[in-house]
Design a protein around this ligand. Structure first.
Ligand code: CAO
Length: 440
């Protein structure tokens, strides 16, 4: 049996009747010397009172909301016989305090305790989940133990909403914040989705500078925007550009146009691109894949369902053409026309936009050369197609006019190396340059 001793509120400078905002222990708890017992809050700062000795809490003598001054009993502690006094006991039980930003200097001036824990100072972060805005962190209204807890989890207090009195951030606010962040869909492969710790978006009153009009985003944009944003910020994109010589392919397409038309099909380059793409995917299966949720494996798919971005009046939609490897060019062209028409009429069902293994975004019918398509997660890569044009190409010791089609391959660098990306696009351009290679 150890001796029973009352632990008192230590010298807290000139402060009197300070609120107890947290009691961090309960009867029966075993505490070590220096463990925090309570948090006090004046109008200038919050501070924690550490245990001067190790022992077992026998009885609490205060509760949150009480007002205390130096000498008030906090709890009775059964002190272990072998317990050496902690530095807090040696330093007359000075409380640990934290700066409440601009409020701090006054408090620091009154209690310059050598044992105090300056929890506002950077503590090395555990798994770095988010960048911490130090200024905002220091300004946040939270006790030292909550600050320490937030540091350990890499949570930026500036982003956490406090549910305590005067919006004080409590430990459960931090756990709630982390849970909410973890519940956000990850990018497949481990993106935690925690807040990025970026400065707030500037709010500008544009009308101050000239006439403005408010154009609400379409329903599709409102849905696709956050997904595009997630994919853009959580997937390390690399975009590899190239040009495919489609001179022969285009001649073949034109020679087939009448035959296709007789079957009611409009043959555009896209059906050929899809077929060439699947041939390249078969040779590079790591592009027809998704990262496993844990981010430690690639799930290779043995089916070839190609998503095609369709520009509709309401916004971008990506219907999926299934089993492209098992279909001929004319059938693909027919299906493309059908799904893009239905997308534009807003008649696509959700199932028709699921199950894609790789996507194509073709702006070839519009113009421009090369762009950075955003990967359609959880796919690994996406092919951007731009408008082909005649260019002088150096061939057999002379420049010859060739029809060149710009291609932009964006891939997830977590799953695919630069060399693989370059090999894939080189393979694809080779197939498009000689479409007979699809048969190989
Ligand atoms: N180079 C040159 N011409 C091209 C071409 C290319 N790469 N691709 C298509 N064309 C031509 C077609 O041959 C067609 O010519 P004609 O009318 O003279 O026959 C014309 O451009 C229009 O083609 P299209 O766009 O109607 O048909 P498509 O099969 O190429 O594309 C579809 C279908 C649905 C992909 C397309 O209509 C579309 O919506 N594209 C936009 C996709 C998009 O918005 N992507 C961005 C996503 S990120 O915001």
């Amino acid at each position: 049996m150890g001796s029973l001793r009352d632990i008192l509120v230590p010298d807290i400078g000139d402060f009197k009747d300070i609120s107890v905002i947290e009691v961090l222990v309960k009867a029966g708890d075993t505490v070590k010397a220096e463990d925090s017992l309570i948090t006090l809050e004046s109008d200038k700062a919050t501070m924690e009172v550490p245990a001067p000795f190790a022992g077992v809490v026998k009885e609490l003598k205060i509760k949150p909301g009480d007002k205390v001054s130096e000498g008030a009993a906090i709890l009775s502690l059964e002190i272990s016989e072998d317990s050496a006094p902690g530095p807090a006991a040696v330093a007359a039980q000075k409380p640990a305090q934290t700066a409440a930003a601009a409020k701090a200097p006054a408090m620091q001036a009154t209690t310059p305790a050598p044992t105090q824990t300056q929890t506002a100072a950077p503590i090395p972060q555990a798994p770095a989940t988010a960048a911490i805005n130090e200024e905002g962190f220091a300004r946040a209204h939270a006790s030292p133990s909550v600050r320490r807890f937030a540091r350990e989890l890499g949570v930026d207090l500036a982003s956490v909403k406090g549910s305590g009195p005067k919006q004080r951030i409590l430990q459960e606010d931090i756990t709630g914040f982390v849970k909410a962040a973890l519940a956000q869909p990850s990018a497949g492969g481990g993106g935690s989705g925690l807040a990025l710790g970026l400065p707030a978006w500037p709010v500008v009153d544009f009308a101050k500078f000239g006439p403005v009009e408010n154009l609400p985003l379409s329903r599709i944009k409102k849905i696709s925007g956050p997904a595009l944003h997630r994919n853009w910020v959580s997937i390390p994109h690399v975009t590899q550009n190239d040009e495919a010589d489609i001179t022969e392919l285009e001649a073949f397409r034109k020679s087939m146009a009448d035959e296709a038309q007789k079957q009611g099909v409009k043959l555009t380059p896209l059906a050929f691109i899809m077929k060439a793409l699947v041939a390249a995917l078969k040779l590079h299966p790591e592009f027809n894949a998704s990262l496993a949720p844990a981010g430690d494996a690639l799930i290779l798919k043995r089916y070839y369902h190609i998503g095609v971005a369709v520009d509709t009046p309401g916004g971008l939609m990506v219907p999926v053409v299934r089993d492209v490897d098992q279909k001929g060019i004319l059938q693909l062209a027919k299906e493309l026309a059908e799904i893009s028409a239905r997308a534009r009429e807003g008649k696509l069902g959700p199932a028709e936009m699921q199950g894609g293994t790789f996507s194509i975004s073709s702006l070839g019918g519009i113009g421009g050369a090369h762009f950075t398509p955003i990967i359609n997660a959880p796919e690994i890569a996406i092919l951007g197609v731009s408008k082909s044009s005649m260019k002088p190409v150096w061939k057999n010791e002379q420049f010859v006019p060739r029809l060149m089609m710009p291609l932009s391959l964006s891939y997830d660098h977590r799953a695919v190396d630069g060399a693989q990306g370059a090999r894939f696009i080189t393979q694809l351009t080779a197939i498009l340059s000689d479409i007979r290679r699809v048969l190989l």
